[in-house]
Design a protein around this ligand. Structure first.
Ligand code: ABU
Length: 497
């Protein structure tokens, strides 16, 4: 077989088109069969685990000097699928994303086929307007008056949180854009000890320094302690530092706790600080009449991170940064590159939105989310959220009744359910001094067993001084109560000493 080395533009108009079209169709059929449908079948494994050494031998990763045939390429696709984790599998409940949304997938594939870069209206007319529509509706759902404000799609929630710090800092001291931090007082921001690590990471990247992220204690429910917040703001002021921002969390990564936004908003207003809400995880609950109370007060935020690829299951990545203010994003980040954002274009250049971003080339992440939202309606998104919360409540109720399970939080607020599994040999030994140390070793052991069998994927972690515990995360609304019963039984099977 002799393959073309040229791209579609060349073969589209030639007899080669048929051969390439056949290859693409075969590849898409294979992906649909193996990576979408078989991957989501309960009778198949979540992962066919191999060690790095074994995997290097099983997949031909070397780059060849000469061409590889279509048949061989199709076989490589099969190998990649075989040894990849099936995150669309019902029993992949390991992380803050899962499942394959068919409409999201079509949006993702169309985005890749059109291969746009969303910086100017000129090259991305449809996606520019689509972003405007989706971001406005998300702001309206957050509660910003009439959906006004600003927003962008970002490459992940960490970057969205970085934008929040950058905008808050610019708002506090606009000169920072040109002059940098030189000569400024020490800028301090506040977030809870359970907040996402990106806050510290971004504070370092932005030159503020991770030590200037003051971590506020959480209460027994994992929520920010507002008394401690005010004490820490006072401490920063007494030190001669400049407190400028609080980042509250709506759905913490591990416990799924929601910080008390109304009280935090009052403190921000008192000290004239920027309020950011990292709702990357919990933001999806806003579309549900039943669960949106969890984010009460979010409409008071200056900015919000909300990742539709998490609770709303848009394909990775789909992250947004939303602001109640117009103009800050652009004022803070624009560089007015003359080769790209010419002001003498023949159309209204306010639609050239790229200069608000810190990146230049940018994928049209909006498309997959817009397409699935269109297909399901807001009512469909709401049903999805209500289903996953219902599954989490059912799972919680079941494990509370079982002997080997202990809840980390008695009443989980979001759909991440955290618990210890205590194997039979450890039960009744809770009073012994080494109990915690022994329990700490249980979750990694059970995890190893589940991965090697491929029967499910559930993550574990320690938190503060607590030994390792499991965190089962639900966001795939294709699951039902029978699946929750499966998880319970699987823990009992894998953890039976
Ligand atoms: N913000 C990414 C969360 C990763 C996780 O599921 O643990």
């Amino acid at each position: 077989e002799k393959k073309s080395t040229r791209s579609v533009a060349w073969f589209a108009s030639l007899p080669d088109r048929q051969r390439h079209s056949q290859f693409l169709k075969e590849a898409v059929d294979l992906m649909l069969d193996k990576a979408v449908f078989d991957a989501a079948s309960r009778t198949n494994r979540v992962v066919e685990w191999r060690s790095p050494e074994e995997l290097k031998k099983l997949i031909d990763l070397d780059l060849p000097a000469d061409r590889v045939s279509h048949d061989r390429l199709l076989q490589l696709l099969k190998d990649i699928i075989q040894y990849s984790v099936k995150t669309g599998h019902p029993y992949f409940v390991n992380q803050l994303f899962s499942s394959v949304d068919p409409y999201g997938l079509v949006g993702q594939w169309l985005g890749d086929a059109l291969n746009p870069s969303v910086y100017t209206y000129e090259v991305s007319p449809v996606f520019t307007l689509m972003e405007e529509t989706v971001l406005c509706e998300m702001r309206r759902i957050v509660g910003f008056p009439e959906g006004r404000g600003d927003g962008i799609f970002c490459p992940g929630g960490s970057i969205a949180n970085g934008y929040a710090i950058s905008c808050a800092r610019y708002n506090f001291v606009p000169d920072v854009k040109k002059r940098g931090l030189h000569g400024l007082p020490r800028l301090v921001l506040f977030t809870s000890e359970d907040a996402h690590y990106s806050i510290k990471k971004m504070a370092s990247l932005l030159g503020l320094g991770s030590d200037n992220v003051y971590l506020i204690h959480c209460n027994s429910k994992g929520k920010m302690d507002v008394q401690h917040l005010e004490q820490e703001i006072q401490r920063a002021l007494e030190e001669g530092a400049a407190p400028f921002m609080v980042s509250a969390t709506a759905g913490t990564t591990v416990l799924g706790a929601f910080d008390p936004i109304p009280k935090i908003a009052d403190i921000c207003s008192k000290y004239k600080m920027w309020l950011h809400v990292d709702a990357a995880w919990g933001g999806g609950a806003l579309v549900s009449k039943k669960h949106k109370h969890l984010l009460e007060g979010i409409e008071k935020a200056d900015s919000v991170t909300w990742n539709p690829h998490k609770l709303l299951t848009a394909p990775q990545q789909c992250s947004t940064f939303l602001l109640r203010h117009e103009g800050v994003l652009s004022a803070c980040h624009s560089a007015s590159a003359q080769y790209l954002f010419q002001k003498d274009k023949f159309y209204d250049t306010q639609y050239d939105t790229g200069d608000k971003h810190i990146q230049c080339g940018r994928r049209a992440d909006v498309l997959k989310f817009w397409f699935m939202w269109k297909a399901k309606g807001t009512v469909g998104l709401e049903e999805h959220i209500d289903t996953v919360f219902d599954n989490a409540a059912y799972f919680t109720k079941q494990i509370k009744k079982r002997e080997g399970f202990r809840m980390v939080l008695q009443e989980p607020e979001c759909t991440n359910v955290c618990f210890w599994y205590i194997p039979p040999s450890l039960r009744g030994h809770e009073d012994q001094s080494d109990f915690s140390e022994r329990l700490h070793k249980v979750a990694p052991r059970i995890k190893e067993r589940m991965i090697k069998e491929g029967s499910m994927m559930v993550t574990y972690q320690p938190l503060r001084d607590q030994p390792n515990f499991f965190r089962l995360v639900l966001q795939n609304s294709g699951l039902d109560w029978a699946d929750m019963d499966y998880f319970v039984q699987e823990f009992e099977r894998l953890g039976s000493d």
